[in-house]
Design a protein around this ligand. Structure first.
Ligand code: NDP
Length: 330
């Protein structure tokens, strides 16, 4: 068997096409949804992620602001920045790029974001809404996984779903979304006994472990749907040769670049699974697409839900046509 590859880039493009209609309607009503990204420190991966998020805003015509307070910023200084963004009407979404420097109380900073602008879905109020089945703004990566499953026609209701990982950002909200979609969900973590035996039962496996290629083909029930959330950079030539033994093109690409991105699922799982998300090009593009979707949703929800006649008659903010600015240190 060779798995159907679930193309995250194609699904992202579908979502962007739908969002473009919604954004055009909002803009016709004088509303330009806008996202502010707070990036603290010089973590290279964080810079790449924020750059991609701002680029997505620009592509869709959303307002965007990138704030880069110095890496020495105290918790108090970051709380002040968030308080300012909370009260700025033209800002619909606030994202605090993680990780924050170790001296910062990250939980306090995340909890200071106005829940109505919490486009990452990390605020306890939004997590509580998700638990009680009344979600508003849901964490982007797990909601992106749901989009992949639904738009690819994968049956969720009644399925045995195994979520590998229990982080607040991925594993826990993922399990809740699958449960609300009527899957029977098992959550695994580092203390789970006999992971292989649990994964073998699954119709749907979502791997969010942060462990390179840990989920091997032997663990997967033939025909299962495998969603690989992990993003791990491999730089060791021998490791790459082992991982890509059956993928000569990927091995050649590794040799050209000196590194490759690999998920938490071994690439050979494609020979057993019924459907599989690739890394890169699977879940990753959906994470940013759902951030854009949440920003548009937040813009609508903050103005009373649907875009109605009164909203259309009352321009809510008047950001100029190109407000993607980098404000640097503030
Ligand atoms: P965390 O490190 O926060 O959580 C990892 C989870 O995996 C923990 O629950 C941990 O268990 C569990 N785990 C780790 N090792 C094992 C093991 N050997 N056996 C069983 N369970 C284990 O990671 P995140 O949830 O933030 O991210 C997971 C992966 O997803 C990473 O590779 C990350 O880069 C990627 N990611 C990708 C995104 C995308 O857009 N594609 C977005 C976000 C993350 P325990 O709780 O017991 O410690």
């Amino acid at each position: 068997m060779t798995a159907t590859i679930l193309d995250g880039n194609a699904i992202r493009d579908q979502i962007y096409a739908e969002l473009q209609h919604e954004i055009a309607a909002l803009r016709a009503a004088g509303i330009r949804p806008g996202l502010a990204a707070v990036l603290v420190g010089d973590n290279p991966a964080s810079h790449v992620y924020v750059k991609s998020k701002i680029a997505a805003c620009e592509k869709l015509g959303l307002g965007s602001w990138q704030l880069e307070p110095p890496k020495t910023s105290s918790t108090g200084a970051l709380l002040e920045i968030i308080a300012d963004l909370n009260q700025r009407d033209e800002v619909d979404g606030i994202l605090v790029q993680l990780p924050l420097p170790p001296h910062v109380d990250a939980k306090r900073v995340l909890e200071s974001v106005d829940p109505a602008k919490d486009v990452d879905g990390f605020h306890p109020l939004n997590l509580g809404r998700l638990v009680s089945g009344r979600p508003a703004l849901v964490a982007c990566t797990p909601s992106g996984v749901m989009e992949i499953l639904r738009r690819s026609g994968i049956a969720i209701e009644g399925a045995q779903a195994v979520v590998l990982g229990r982080s607040d950002i991925v594993g826990k909200p993922m399990a809740l979304l699958l449960m609300h979609a009527n899957a029977t969900v098992t959550i695994c973590h580092s203390k789970t006994r006999d992971l292989a035996a649990v994964v073998c039962q699954a119709d749907i496996v979502v791997a969010a472990l942060g462990r390179t290629a840990m989920v091997v083909p032997d663990w997967i029930r033939p025909g299962a749907t495998v969603i690989d959330v992990g993003i791990n950079r491999v730089t060791d030539g021998r490791e790459a040769a082992r991982l890509f033994a059956n993928f000569p093109l990927r091995l050649a690409q590794f040799r050209d670049k000196g590194s490759a991105l690999v998920g938490d699922v071994h690439p050979d799982a494609a020979a057993v699974a019924g459907a599989l998300t690739p890394v890169p090009g699977g879940v990753g593009p959906l994470t940013i697409a759902m951030l854009m979707s949440n920003t548009v949703k937040a813009a609508r929800l903050r103005r009373g839900g649907a875009l109605n006649a009164s909203a259309a008659a009352t321009p809510v903010h008047t950001a100029p046509a190109n407000t993607s600015v980098k404000t640097g240190n503030i």
